[in-house]
Design a protein around this ligand. Sequence first.
Ligand code: EPU
Length: 335
Amino acid sequence: MLKFEENVSLKPYNTFGIETQTKYFFKVEDAADLKSILTQAKPLPVRIFGGGSNLLLTQDFEGLSLLIANKGIHVLEENATEVTVEVQAGENWHDFVLWCLDQNYGGVENLSLIPGSVGAAPIQNIGAYGVELRSVFKSCTVLNIKTLEEASLSREECQFAYRSSVFKTTEKGTYIITSVCFTLQKPPHHTKIEYGPLKAHFKDSTPTIQEIASAVIAIRESKLPNPKILGNSGSFFKNPVIALTHFNRLKNQYPELPSYPAPEGMVKIPAAWLIDALGFKGSQYGGAGVHKNQALVLVNLGGATGNDILKLAQKIQRAVEEAFQVSLEMEVNVL
Ligand code: EPU
């Protein structure tokens, strides 16, 4: 019998730094223990924690919280141009990026400094600066929480989309991701620097993957609050994808409204712009606030409850709906 800790604060396990309690808690350092842990836990409800960087906790939990903390990075195979690497789910994402930069393996440099764990990265198909996880993802091993069967899911089976995957849609709550395999490039690297701020930074030069990572880190540090200093979970909402006719109407009214490509007949617009245009940036509601440098980031100014943040998020959703007829979907998982 493994021993579960009791009545544990979840404050250290969510980057918003919100205080809630879990009835039972276990830190999983070896994925091989998971089957016996889940058998022992029945019939308690079980919740999985990775880096806790995409969560908003609004109440205490009467079940078992599992912190996935298995570690290890191994090269599975390689040829002259590529390498396949298996990374255990509990590795910190940015530590994995640093390891890749050290080995001179390309593909994840644009995803530098994203908070969270490797096992959580496929769930929302993390993305930044023109690159998404799916471009380097090969497969992942999972454990089915109910049947306790292990499986390997391919990129196709994960059904990645913008900030989404099968783990957020049809199979929400079905699996625990225990490791992820990536296909990375050996030099010469096919770098991506077309995204606005990177293009402006590098102009016509051809940066190395290490230089791209440094630029991404500098840009992120200038705009996004460090969760260790100011609790937050990155972008709180997804960037909405709206119909072209709707976009044209808004663009007429607000000629400065930026836009990004989206599937045929649709346009993606920055939620941050909409929120900023309504004057929310830097505003404060109790312990919750809108970050002063990035309107898409909600922050815990100190002592906020999950409900303070949620109320602020709903206020923003209502204002954006009213002013622009656009529904903002939360990117963060509200529990
Ligand atoms: N903008 C404003 N006001 C602001 C911030 C931004 O008007 O306060 C406008 C600007 O016009 C800017 C545009 O919004 O050009 C886009 O802003 P930014 O480049 O900062 O990116 P974003 O669309 O707000 C997305 C991701 C981020 C990712 C960046 C860079 C989503 C939901 N968010 O943000 O991801 O780092 O692009 O690629 O897609 C995350 O998911 O947690 C995250 C931080």
